[in-house]
Design a protein around this ligand. Structure first.
Ligand code: FAD
Length: 341
């Protein structure tokens, strides 16, 4: 992380001075720095479209490189049988974007105007100045998993606590161990069911006295002997030996009785927040706040404005699916720009 910060400040200052002095126009702008953004950048730069990528500076609370920089081993990204750290994978993607000529600017986009062409963009450093203009935008700003920030969570984050069962469930520390999932919706049920492959038993902690999940999902959970549902239950504290999680302090919300629950894993399934604030009200969104795209494409309700990765995907939310949708967005943007010429 630190490795990024020093050169970034200088770069940001330089680019903000440049913006104050003259109008800047980008043919195609990518906003974000996760697998979707960098895959789009690799495709567009190889196609000689000279993309500019705003990678953000702790945008949405996440370092440049995206969500993968918050995790350790990545074992499910094809091509890396030995696994590698999330930060290393993202550093490699960034190098590949740069290698083919992507112009990377380490600033956060704070405002966008999609009402007329060319689109207008402002960064945190030039909000009151002349905007940057661009013919096309790929929004790849990702999402962030909601967390409870329990006492002890910072100690055991990624040392027993995770927000992604599909990503982390197979990690050895969870094998044949009791695990807990927090949440009452379909995601919580799906994650619990998925975790039965690895854990000895799975507790689902539901704050209310009923699930929000679909009836079908509830039936599947009821039939699974390895899943125990604790209704009216909240977690109060994450505990362990200082290295790994091994206990949750829980409370029954009806009786106020507190207990220790022995678990070696805690998985949050309480939702994600897509990073869409900068385009709120300007482009169609799904009910859940994710950007609405035409199925199988990156096309949004605004021609020339494309969306890729987790910001438009509430279902799969994986590095490889984000990379795939970044590729789709690059090809869609290239086709759009060619048709404008
Ligand atoms: P993100 O990775 O979310 O990146 C978006 C980036 O855009 C961020 O850096 C953000 O700062 C930046 N940004 C946001 N707003 C702006 C703005 N206004 N201006 C400029 N920049 C902005 N997936 C796997 O496949 N395997 C795993 O093992 C795995 N483990 C995970 C572990 C954890 C703890 C988490 C949270 C996720 C994990 N995932 C894993 C999921 C994976 O990280 C995401 O699916 C993937 O990173 C989404 O990529 P993305 O390109 O859509 O955006």
């Amino acid at each position: 992380m630190i490795r990024h910060i020093a050169p970034l400040r200088k770069h940001s200052l330089e680019s903000s001075i440049r913006v104050q002095l003259r109008m800047v126009h980008h043919k195609v702008t990518i906003i974000g720095s996760g697998p979707a953004a960098h895959t789009a950048a690799i495709y567009l730069s190889r196609a000689e479209m000279k993309p500019t990528l705003y990678e953000g500076m702790m945008a949405n609370g996440i370092a440049a490189g995206g969500q993968l920089t918050t995790t350790t081993e990545i074992e499910n990204f094809p091509g890396f049988p030995e696994a590698l750290s999330g930060s290393e994978l993202m550093e490699r993607m960034r190098q590949q974007s740069v290698k083919f000529g992507t112009n990377i600017i380490t600033e956060t986009i704070s405002k966008i105007d999609l009402s007329s062409k060319p689109f207008k963009l402002w960064t945190e450093f030039n909000e009151d100045k002349v905007p940057v203009t661009t013919d096309a935008i790929i929004l790849a700003t990702g999402a962030s998993a909601k967390r409870m920030h329990l006492p002890g969570e910072e100690i055991y984050w990624q040392k027993g606590i995770s927000a992604c069962a599909v990503c982390d469930g197979a990690v050895p520390i969870f094998r044949n161990k009791p695990l807990a999932v927090i949440g009452g919706g379909d995601s919580a049920c799906e994650e619990a069911e998925f975790l039965t492959k690895y854990g000895s038993k799975i507790y689902i902690l539901v704050r209310k006295n009923h699930f929000r999940a679909s009836v079908i999902m509830q039936r599947r959970i009821e039939k699974n002997a390895n899943i125990i549902v604790l209704f009216n239950t909240v977690a109060l504290e994450a505990k362990g030996d200082g290295k790994l999680l091994d206990m949750l302090r829980i409370k029954n919300t009806k009786t106020d009785v507190e207990n220790d629950l022995e678990v070696n894993g805690l998985f949050y399934a309480i939702g994600h927040t897509p990073a869409t604030d900068i385009v709120k009200g300007q482009v169609d969104e799904q009910e859940t706040g994710y950007i609405k795209t035409v199925s199988g494409s990156s096309l949004t309700s605004v021609p020339g404005f494309f969306a890729a990765g987790d910001v438009q995907d509430s279902r799969y939310r994986q590095a490889v699916t984000s990379a795939g949708s970044g590729c789709i967005a690059a090809l869609d943007a290239e086709r759009y720009l060619s048709a404008q010429e």
